[in-house]
Write a protein that binds this ligand. Sequence first.
Ligand code: ZN
Length: 492
Amino acid sequence: MENNLHIFNTLTRRKKKFQPINPPFVGMYVCGPTVYGDAHLGHARPAVTFDLVFRYLTYLGYKVRYVRNITDVGHLENDADEGEDKIAKKARLEKLEPMEVAQFYTNGYHRNMTQLNTLPPSIEPHASGHILEQIEMIREILSNGFAYESNGSVYFDVEAYSTKNHYGKLSGRVVEDLLSNTRELEGQSEKRNNADFALWKKASPEHIMRWNAEWSVGFPGWHLECSVMSTKYLGEEFDIHGGGLDLQFPHHECEIAQNKAASGKDAVRFWMHNNMITINGQKMGKSLGNFITLDDFFAGNHPLLEQAYAPMTVRFFMLQAHYRNPLDFSNSALQAAEKGLQRLMSAMQTLEKLQATNEDDSSFDVRALINNMYEALDDDFNTPVLIAHLFDAVKQINSAADGKAYFEANDLVYLKSTMNAVIFQILGLKATETKSNQTEKLGEVVDLLLKTRLQAKADKNWALSDKIRDELTALGFEIKDTKDGYEWKMVV
Ligand code: ZN
């Protein structure tokens, strides 16, 4: 198995060194959301990252089956297989049916993902719809001797598995270290080893989501659903498995072990992990007061936000960083991304209107620039380098509009089709919505009021003119009368 995040260094457009197991089909599984809360930036990054992979591989001609699950069961509050199911807890607190909670937040997730212009996956299986298959996989693992039953629960036996297999190979953990705490556990836990993880948990009396199995009335462990649903829809061996870096251990390490223990095969050819997001240099967390949902971002509804940010600004900002690098959100960085995206989109409008020159050649090497763009994409989806090349093109386009550069006819056609494909099809950006709708609409409303005020002044209706000025001022707008009319800004 390839445990190297740089795998797509070998993916080149013309040589096609990336070989799927069964070309032209590519199977890609990505860990989806646990649906018990509003979607936030932590959901947006894997969605945008693997949307790019989906879009680019499709663009290259692969037939990609993209499976992304919905975790609506069995995800306990901590990795030690203890605590309450997060969805069930929310359901209990809000007096709802757990599936009502799951559906509500699934709808919100879908709405946010559409706003970010991510394409829907080919299949979106729910964990709760695959309980029988999960029970079946537990039976296989048990009968192969890699799990044990304890007090109605079933645990994966990491020590037994490690005699012939390398538990820890994805995350670089040393299994001896993971197993070292064994003694302390004696008599205090159902587990033989601290490193063992639950395949099946017996339900406590207050646990709502429960199913019948031979071991107990209970529910499957979280890691199991991804092993089951990925192989069910993509086969025992498939090409790409993605997810956030925080899932590498234990979630993905456990998936590897479960698959090997059940089928004897390594299911995944290539693992890809997107790195984490910080806000103003800090990890995102409810207790830190910097937990910003996507709805907050798009509406500007959070004390840390100076303005609303359009979904396309958020998407473009994410693509400006390599998916393997951490990414820090700040107002200044987002505002710079907003400006950059507007510059890119206005250059696309200029490009559409550009005429070719009569010269035999363009004033710069258009083909080399385009090659650089595809090379960046082939280099492990290196979007920051790709975007730098796009801005090289923007410079040339703007120079050509000023008469300082020129394009030969074929070069111009080639550049237009490439820029359109790269920006809209592959990066998935949209020309409209570079500014947040709210910000734009607000500006239009203020302009409307101030134009009415100008009319009132012309009509010598001083009462109305003053009223508009005073009330806008009270709302936090700074109004300045000028020679030709007015200027305004919002005071934050
Ligand atoms: Zn998963």
